[in-house]
Design a protein around this ligand. Structure first.
Ligand code: PEP
Length: 252
């Protein structure tokens, strides 16, 4: 049975006020979700305590990034051990904004994934092709390589702490979404790569991300290899976010 997850990535947005109001609404509504979805909120690290307090255990909390070190003289960084200590369950690793703006490579992603799983947290590892790569017919090979390299350091006992988020770069924050069929095809391809790597592929949750909204969530989430969503912009609107969580079919 795979975990069904809808995770909201606030990116560098939000405030103490949003943490109270949005999480208050989500906390009140999450209890009435009857489709087994785990709701995760991933705020800027500085608001994690506020979100945890407001969530009262009704949602899980994650951090958007960790450094590739355990501790030390790395001003501005936080470690996965600290994320765990603060009460987080999830860590986003290799989001395309980290890859494109901060130059994170697959090798760095692999280092971070190893630290995250070693601290007992679940890594949500983001992969996805650019528009140029898709238009050149390279989407599957790019994503396959990101999966193989980014997860190369995962040992057999740690796959339970891995979630993969397929987020085509051209769909993030653009209002363009992959069709449910294209997203399903890529998810099936990722699952077969995981299988080839010796992972328990049928047990690993694969999320889709890229302009997911209440009006396209149902089609995406009804695909057999799509186990949830990683939501950016729409996760900043409490009602829209909860609507997305509700679109998960109860039977899957
Ligand atoms: C994201 O940031 O991971 C994301 C999918 O953003 P958006 O939903 O805004 O496209």
């Amino acid at each position: 049975m795979r975990r069904k997850i809808v995770a909201g990535n606030w990116k560098m947005n939000g405030s103490k006020d949003l943490s109270e109001k949005l999480v208050g609404y989500v906390q009140a509504e999450a209890g009435s979700l009857d489709n087994g979805v785990e709701v995760v909120i991933i705020p800027p690290a500085i608001y994690i305590r506020d979100v945890l307090k407001q969530a009262e255990g009704a949602v899980s909390v994650g951090v958007q990034n960790v450094g590739q070190w355990q501790s030390g003289a790395y001003t501005g960084e936080i470690s996965s051990e600290m994320a765990k200590d603060a009460g987080c369950d999830y860590v986003l690793v290799g989001h395309s904004e980290r890859r494109q703006i901060f130059g994170e490579t697959d090798e760095l992603v692999a280092e971070k994934v190893a630290l995250v799983v070693a601290s007992g947290l679940t890594a949500i590892v983001c992969v996805g092709e650019t528009l140029e790569e898709r238009e050149s017919g390279l989407a599957e090979s790019v994503v396959s390589s990101q999966v193989r390299l980014g997860l190369s350091a995962v040992s057999s006992g740690d796959w339970k702490n891995i979630v993969v988020a397929y987020e085509p770069v051209w769909a993030i924050g653009t209002g363009k979404t992959a069709t449910a069929e294209d997203a399903q095809a890529m998810h099936a391809s990722i699952r077969s790569v995981l299988k080839e790597m010796g992972a328990p592929a049928e047990e690993i949750s694969l999320l889709y991300g890229g302009s997911v909204k209440a009006d396209n969530a149902a089609a995406l989430f009804s695909e057999s290899d799509i186990d949830g969503g990683l939501i950016g912009g729409a996760s900043l609107d409490a009602k829209e976010f909860i609507s997305i969580c509700r679109y998960f079919p109860a039977s899957s």
